[in-house]
Design a protein around this ligand. Structure first.
Ligand code: GDD
Ligand code: MN
Length: 387
């Protein structure tokens, strides 16, 4: 008996795509039949229309087509995970059924998948375009990607982390516990997967011809829930997030105290500015020590003893920076609140970098050791003459 090793699995989630599934199947087959490889097309279907009937016919006609139908279940991302479990290829391509993701890109994707662990056709690298979305969707989609980038470190270098079109080596998700909410399976893989290299290829996201988009407000909300869950499970991202929240609270406290000292206590501008910064500093130390860097408590006693003085020293310099800005603004006859605010943002950045380096040095070392930064490369548009 010969064991056949499947090379490529194309996983396609479908929901009410009866007018698209045949078309995408033949277009993929036209392309892959020219390549010397063994492939399967795996549809994971949640439809309530006649799509399963068409898929059934396709399965009978073509041995490379498989499908599984989930009854009373919805969710693009979970459908893709299901597809991973029921497919066999060493290389996996995920794409939509509606032909907005051009199958003609597949040969290049596969070629690049030899070098990179994950390949992402991207709308946002030079040569790519997002023509298939209307202005409102573009805006929402941009905000969604921005939120992802701010919240999660691993999404930062990726230009199209919300893409529904991507490819990966199966080893990337080996042993990864994929548990996505909603639609964006790629962010789940980028956060939980094991990979070293990501390659992005520009492509044009074309407009849909048959059927309609299933994107909804509920899915946008699910995206936020998904991001929040990923952040919460990752100490590295939570640290950044918690530092931002504590910093913002510190800023509000700082400005509030400044106002109280100036207006209620009738204190001078210089001492009001210093005192409000001191209060904000104590507030920030306590929260950062017990929340932001809670995983990185030093076992060395003297380190713990000098932590607060050290923090105060670093923040003292921060206060000096803030006060300097406030004084400069006052000297120039500008608004003291604006000066204080600008000073606060400069000193906050100083505080974070200096404290993570010296006050909680374990945190600094550990992050560096754990964090093997994936290399992200981009396809040069000029090389894509075939397209
Ligand atoms: N199984 C299953 N279950 N499939 C679903 C479901 C579901 O609940 N919802 C949608 N799908 C399928 C659709 O049938 C289609 O094949 C694919 O998922 C994408 O759905 P669309 O409704 O066409 O989404 P879109 O065009 O607005 O957005 C897509 O493209 C963007 C750009 O790549 C999505 O893939 C987005 O995530 C992506 O950002
Ligand atoms: Mn679509």
């Amino acid at each position: 008996m010969t064991i056949i090793h499947m090379d490529i699995s194309i996983v396609i989630p479908t929901f009410n795509e009866k007018n698209n599934v045949r078309l995408i199947t033949t277009r993929i087959m036209n392309i892959l039949n020219r390549e010397d490889c063994l492939y399967e097309i795996v549809f994971v279907d949640d439809s309530s229309d006649d799509t399963p009937i068409v898929l059934e016919q396709l399965c009978h006609e073509f041995s490379c087509v498989k499908y599984l139908h989930r009854k009373n279940e919805r969710g693009l991302a979970s459908a893709v995970v299901e597809g991973f479990c029921h497919s066999q290829g060493n290389q996996i391509i995920v794409m939509d059924a509606d032909l907005q993701h051009p199958p003609e890109l597949i040969p290049l994707i596969l070629k690049r998948l030899f070098q990179a662990d994950i390949v992402i056709p991207s709308r946002f690298v030079p040569g790519g375009s997002d023509g298939g979305l209307n202005l409102f969707r573009k805006l929402i989609s941009g905000i969604a990607r921005g939120i992802g980038r701010i919240s999660i470190k691993r999404l930062r270098p990726i230009s199209d982390s919300t893409s529904g079109y991507f490819a990966l080596k199966r080893s990337v998700i080996h042993n990864a516990h994929l548990d996505p909410i909603g639609w964006k399976i790629l962010i789940e893989i980028l956060v939980k997967g094991k990979y070293r290299t990501v390659h992005e290829i520009p492509y044009s996201f074309v407009a849909r011809e048959a059927g309609e988009s299933k994107m909804s407000i509920k899915e946008q909300y699910n995206y936020l829930r998904h991001i929040a869950r990923l952040v919460n499970n990752s100490p590295e991202d939570r640290k950044f997030y918690s530092f931002c929240v504590i910093g913002t609270l510190g800023v509000l406290i700082n400005l509030f105290c400044l106002h109280i000292f100036l207006k209620l206590f009738d204190m001078g501008e210089l001492s009001s500015s210093i005192n409000s910064s001191c209060i904000a500093m104590i507030h920030n130390f306590l929260w950062n020590n017990y929340v932001t860097w809670r995983e990185y408590k030093s076992q060395v006693l003297w380190r713990r003893i000098i932590q607060f003085p050290q923090f105060s020293l670093i923040c003292g310099l921060g206060i000096a920076i803030t006060t300097l800005f406030a004084q400069i603004f006052l000297f120039l006859g500008w608004n003291i609140y604006a000066g204080q605010l600008l000073g606060i943002s400069v000193s906050t950045s100083w505080n974070f970098f200096a404290n993570s380096r010296w006050t909680w040095p374990v945190a600094y070392n550990e992050t560096n050791r754990e964090d093997v930064k994936p290399v992200v490369t981009q396809e040069l548009p000029s090389k894509m003459s075939w397209y």
